[in-house]
Ligand binder design. Sequence first.
Ligand SMILES: *Cc1c(COP(=O)(O)O)cnc(C)c1O
Length: 395
Amino acid sequence: MKNEKGSLVRPDALPEGASRPVVTPLSASVVYASDTPDMLDQQYEGALHGYTYAREGHPNADVVGLRLDRMEKAPHPGVVTASGMAAVSAVLLGLTKSGDHVIGGNQLYGRSLRMMSEDLPRLGIATSMVDPGDIAAMRAALRPETRLILIETVSNPTLRVADLEGLVALAKETGVLLVVDNTFTTPRAIKPFEWGADIVIHSITKLLAGHSDVMLGYVAARDLTLNDKLRVFTVTAGMNPSPFDCWLAERGLLSFDLRFDRAQSTASELADHLAGLPGVKRVIYPGRKDHPDHARADALLAGQFCNMVSFELDGDRSTANAFTRAADGLSFAPTLGDVGTTISHPASSSHRALTAEKRAELGMSEGFFRVSVGLEAPDVLCRVFEEAIAAALGA
Ligand SMILES: *Cc1c(COP(=O)(O)O)cnc(C)c1O
């Protein structure tokens, strides 16, 4: 038999040595072999650490998860999922049952809103959308069967700031779970667990991974039972992440703090620069004194006003077309958090399903743009915007 070993398909274990690689190896293996059934027992019982099948967990996911746990000060190890929407879905589908009621912020990420309006009702889960800055309205929307409230601290794309302290107090008083999607703000600006949130969600796809080449999400709960429930649901539903995406995300996370600080400081400069330009009707940046929620942003975000800036051009769709054409070299793309600055136009993308009246109600005209500021030199970026805006208004 010894002599036959070499002709088996996978005869050898990886060679072990006294040193180890500095860079996390990419573990593509879907299955993990154990020596004996006894060892497998011990693994399942938690006495031995080991992997069995990649849908249940793998080293690259754990490396990313540990980083996020530390960044968010999560009370228990969170779960890394295949996308941000997988993390949102894990909460909305894994922790509710038919007959429950769920409240969402009225300006959630588009797909989260869609799940609230289309999918939960189909499963017998009632939903309400409420302004997360209006605690009286939140209280009025509560029902005896309300299970959870899902909000984002800073809304997209109008950058309004939720009354997180009020929501935490309301959630504690009523026993409803407060779920915070922290994608926009990131733990660099706010750690929702420290404020009393029950569950934190991320789309790692955006600022955390930061290079627009990874789709991943993350979710962690304060309560151990809920945290376990989320893990089991993501495994059962197959929301597991690809090792390669985790490997890339780890690499992105190494520079996250630096990227965030740089993009944020440029965003603040760009916001002020835009506010002084002819043809710019208004600039929305939580760090500016003219922002309607500036005081709340200051209290919650501790001076970290993030990398997102919205502004409104004085013009119509043709002005908007001329602007994106003139802003050549910046990506006109419906994402955020990339190393490069991206511009999005809610009226033709994220909010296209709304009527013009409904968009106007939310403050989004055809001239409304959202900017995700990247790592360009601030003076260069300000000049590119200034020239593109001048060209659009002259067109
Ligand atoms: C992008 C985004 C999501 C969804 O994340 P994906 O990784 O694209 O699935 C959820 N919430 C917010 C706030 C987002 O920006």
